[in-house]
Design a binder for this molecule. Structure first.
Ligand code: 8YV
Length: 312
């Protein structure tokens, strides 16, 4: 038994119960006096259960001197200081692969919903405009468009393989050229200039903060759309909002934002965006599989001191 596990959230009720049955579990999110808990119990905590959304705040990590392992529910690790973990010998696991399909599906869903004006169409039907005014204005086809993917990792590649049958040409920007047939760009502005649809599928964190800036949006142009299933931080969000307001780009489909869930209210005023509440991996099946992998990582650490899907 790992003495003791600190969970920052309920990953899934069944799986949280499994952890509680197997380990001495403390639910940090339910503890009222967190500082007292840390003062009393901080040195007992050997493992953290967190998520891509919560990460591990530096001041919390600093108060857990005997922390050995962090198991995160999600694939992004931009809110966990991996260097600090390495320095302290803390091992870290995430839940890769099992969420790739659902996240890629979400990118494709947002792409079609944005281009084909799904929300305007829904409103056209519901509000009675269809009966009152006749057919809605036509949308634009996806076929023949150029799809630029920022970050051709597992999720980026899954997006590409789903987009190709829709008749798009794929290009990508990333740290390195990959062994794929898609067009490689070593410059993000050049990718945006080439693209009709720019899909962000790169990790968040300092290395990608604000890389989709005004120059990139200008290069994407008036008919261009942005799809973001990566992190809000990848886009200079004020620049994105301005570009959507003044027609610098045509639209956006967004699963992620700065300051979630208290996002900039300007988004709700825009009729050229499709907004989704950071739910790309949010299916019962995928979230259950992710939660099971968190449980399995904890057990593997407990039983043999090894993680199944380590990143550190
Ligand atoms: C997580 C995510 O599911 O995996 C990631 O990086 O952003 C999401 O898929 C989410 O953070 C879980 O809370």
């Amino acid at each position: 038994m790992i003495r003791s596990v600190l969970a920052l959230l309920d990953i899934r009720p069944v799986h949280t119960r499994l952890i509680a049955e197997r380990h001495d579990l403390h639910r940090y999110d339910l503890i009222e006096d967190k500082q007292k808990f840390l003062d009393d119990m901080g040195d007992q905590i050997r493992a953290i259960v967190t998520s891509a959304r919560f990460g591990v705040p530096a001041d919390l990590m600093a108060q857990l001197p005997n922390l050995e392992v962090i198991t995160s529910f999600g694939v992004g690790h931009d809110l966990i200081d991996l260097e600090a973990c390495r320095a302290r010998g803390i091992r870290v696991s995430t839940t890769p692969d099992i969420l790739t399909d659902d996240v890629a599906d979400t990118a494709i869903m947002l792409m079609h919903a944005t281009l084909r004006q799904l929300l305007a169409g829904d409103d056209w039907v519901r509000s009675g405009k269809w009966a009152a005014k006749g057919p809605m204005a036509l949308a634009r086809t996806v076929r023949g468009r150029k799809l630029g993917i920022v970050g051709l990792g597992r999720i980026g590649q899954a997006i590409a393989s789903r987009a190709i049958p829709s008749g798009v040409e794929v290009g990508y920007f990333g740290r390195s050229k990959k062994a794929v047939d898609y067009k490689f760009f070593d410059d993000l502005v050049a990718l945006a200039e080439w693209s009709d649809i720019l899909v962000l599928a790169c990790p968040g964190g300092a290395a990608t903060k604000g890389i989709v800036n005004q120059a990139v949006l200008d290069a994407l142009g008036r008919a261009g759309i942005v799809i973001n299933i990566a992190r809000g931080s990848v886009i200079d969000e004020p620049a994105l909002i301005r570009a959507l307001q003044d027609g610098t780009i045509a639209g956006a489909g967004l699963d992620v934002f700065d300051n979630e869930p208290n996002i900039d209210p300007a988004f709700a005023q825009l009729d050229n965006v499709v907004l989704y509440p950071h739910l790309a991996s949010g299916t019962v099946e995928t979230r259950d599989a992710m939660a099971q992998l968190v449980v399995d990582n904890l057990d593997a650490w407990d039983e043999r001191g090894a993680l199944i899907t380590p990143i550190v």
